[in-house]
Every structure is written in C-alpha cells, then in structure tokens.
Design a protein around this ligand. Structure first.
Ligand SMILES: NC(=O)c1ccc[n+]([C@@H]2O[C@H](COP(=O)([O-])OP(=O)(O)OC[C@H]3O[C@@H](n4cnc5c(N)ncnc54)[C@H](OP(=O)(O)O)[C@@H]3O)[C@@H](O)[C@H]2O)c1
Length: 331
C-alpha cells in the first residue's frame, strides 16, 4: 500500500493539521520507460504556505484534495527505464507520497557516497542556491562590509552568514532563541547574534551590533525586524528581500513603516528575489557550494523529523521556529 498527503483545505492564518489529509492508496505499477521511486527525505519550506493559498504568486497554488509537492530525495526501487538503475538516488520536485512513479523527467541523480542525501535539499539544493545567489547577485558584499541576516539560524540564513564570512564581511544574525544565538556565534562564525524575542528595541540592538552601519541586509522574515534594520542602513545599502515569514500567516494587510524615505536618503536598493530567476547560474553556484563544503569552509545543520505522517507537523513547526538549519522529514 501507499500513503499520500493531500491539501484538505486552504489554511486561514497559521496552518494546522486539519488543513491536510493522509490517505492510503494502491502502490503504483510501472510501465515501460518508467521507474518506481521510494521517498527517503522530504523538504518542508516556508514558501509552501504561499502555494496553499489561492492568491496570485510566482508559483501556482496547490489544488484542493490533490497531493502537495516539495523538494524530495527518493530512491529508485524498480526501473523499466534505461537511464535509471535500481538503487539510484534522485532529487526532484515530487509529491508527498511514499511511492510514486516517474518517467525520469525533472529528476536529478545525486551522489550519496560522499554527501548525505538530505544535503541535496539544503546546502547543495534550493537552500544553498538561494543563499549564494541572493547574496552574490543582489547583495554583492565587499570585504569589510557589514551584513545583517534575519532568520539567521534557519536553512537559508545560516548559509548566508557563512558565505558572507568567507567573503570577509562582519556578519550579524537575528534569530528567535538564545540557543540559536549561541549556535550562530559558536558553530557558524557569526560575529554577533541578536535574539529578537528578548530584545525590546531592535533598532538600537542592531545599531550596537553594527557600529559602522548596515551595508547588506538579507531579509528572510520581513515585518518589524526588517523595519528596525532600515534605521541602520548605510548609503548604497543593498537589501535582498528573500522571504517574509513573519507575515505569511497574516489574514489582513500588515502595518509597516514606509520604506521610501530610507531608500531615498541612503540611495539604497531593495530587491525582491526568487531563486528560480537565476536557474542559468545553478551549476556554477552548486560547484562553489560543494567546494566550500568539501574544504570545510561551509558547514550546515538540520532538524530531522521522522515519519511520513509527520510531514504536515514539520511544516507547521517552521512557523514556531522549531528548526535549527534545514527542516527535513526522514521517511
Ligand atoms: N526567494 C526565494 O527564492 C526563497 C527560497 C527559499 C526560501 N525563501 C524564504 O527564505 C526564508 C527562510 O526560508 P528557510 O527555508 O531558510 O526557512 P527557515 O529559516 O529554516 O525556517 C523558518 C524560520 O523562520 C523563523 N520565523 C518563523 N516565524 C517568524 C516570525 N514571525 N518572525 C521572525 N522569524 C520567524 C523561525 O526562526 P526563529 O526561531 O529565528 O524565529 C524559523 O526557524 C523564508 O521566508 C522563505 O520563504 C525564499
């Protein structure tokens, strides 16, 4: 038998378990030219929240009562396809199913002999690409500059900070617990980290952590944290708007300060960013990330939840900051 997770209803506000349904169905039979995949790791990502709503966005909404999809690592368990052998591991955007068949289209084979499977969902997958391409293509950090990263202890943020350190920057991270603050400084080499949940005046705390002001801001969260950064930007600052998790579950338009005066006064750049826009640069970015990983210049952490049925809960946990580094589900 096979298990599949469907979108049961569109979440209103914070997602909850009743928004998802787990069903049991027949395991698929493969035909000629097809392979049978067994899911081994599932990536849960904040952007999936956007696809669960039917608002217009850069990615099509998930359909109600149909399987949800995300980045998945799977093993080929049966093959009627000349390009894939039993035992191969692949990475792809696949459905939340224990078993699914494929024609091979859109699958990338991954080498799991030197690197853990789950790394292809994190540092060597969309996470790493987002961090590297957002930072280098829009942030363009220069040696000696100061960069602030929000959502710093998460999947993207923890990689951004390390890359900025490799590039010779002063790196300040913002995260939600003292444990994460400690991890950023001791494991990931951030110069300073701030716990936004225990800091009353974020603008002042950022000013103190950035005595020379903020040259680059890698924004994963939006909302009041990002407003506080604006008070500290330097002339010609670059702000990469990668995500806005603090507002993804809002049901009405959130109140925010006007960014225009800050941008004008500082001749600053604020640019929205979608990693898919840079697909042509994925091969060179992955090559660089893999080289840093192999040299020990880059490291990563992940939070692993076990069990197919726990995918929805792992996804919901992102909004409560329950992950350190990349959140993945091991099947
Ligand atoms: N533009 C793109 O192409 C692209 C690609 C990938 C990801 N993204 C975006 O990048 C951001 C990070 O993604 P990720 O996969 O690396 O997720 P992540 O940071 O690993 O996980 C989400 C983190 O967000 C923080 N958070 C949750 N609610 C918050 C709130 N109200 N205020 C501040 N922080 C909050 C939590 O950490 P704390 O404990 O620190 O609160 C949580 O651990 C997301 O906004 C995502 O949508 C964009």
């Amino acid at each position: 038998m096979n298990h599949t997770i469907l979108l049961n209803k569109r979440p209103v506000g914070r997602p909850d378990l009743s928004d998802f349904t787990l069903i049991t169905e027949e395991k698929p039979q493969i035909q000629s030219g097809e392979i049978l995949l067994k899911t081994t790791y599932v990536s849960v990502d904040p952007y999936l929240r956007g696809r669960m709503s039917d608002a217009k966005s850069y990615a099509a909404p998930f359909q109600l009562h149909k399987p949800i999809s995300s980045g998945i690592i799977a093993q080929v368990v049966e093959s009627n396809h000349s390009g894939f052998s039993k035992g191969d591991y692949v990475s792809a955007l696949l459905e939340w199913k224990e078993y699914q068949k494929s024609t091979g289209e859109g699958l990338t084979k991954v080498d799991t002999t030197k690197v853990a499977q789950s790394a292809y969902l994190g540092v060597l997958g969309m996470t790493g690409l987002t961090a590297y391409l957002g930072l280098t293509e829009i942030g363009k950090p220069k040696k000696g500059e100061t960069i602030v990263v929000s959502g710093a202890a998460g999947a993207v943020g923890s990689i951004v900070g390390q890359i900025a350190k490799i590039m010779g920057c002063r790196v300040v991270g913002i995260a939600g617990t003292d444990e994460k603050v400690e991890m950023l400084q001791s494991d990931f080499g951030f110069d300073v980290a701030i716990n936004y949940n225990t800091t009353n005046n974020m603008a002042e705390a950022i000013a103190k952590a950035c005595p020379d002001g903020v040259d680059v801001y890698f924004d994963n969260v939006g909302g009041p944290i990002s407003d506080a950064v604006l008070f500290n930007i330097n002339k010609f600052a670059r702000m990469i708007i990668c995500g806005a998790i603090s507002v993804y579950n809002e049901t009405s338009l959130p109140k925010s300060i006007s960014v225009q005066p800050f941008l004008v006064k500082n001749s600053a750049l604020m640019q929205g960013f979608i990693v898919g826009n840079y697909a042509a640069k994925f091969p060179e970015a992955i090559k660089q990330l893999a080289a840093w990983l192999e040299d020990g210049k880059l490291t990563y952490t992940e939070t692993v939840v076990e069990g197919f049925e726990n995918i929805p809960q792992a996804f919901i946990n992102l909004f409560d900051g329950k992950n350190k580094g990349k959140m993945v589900v091991k099947i």
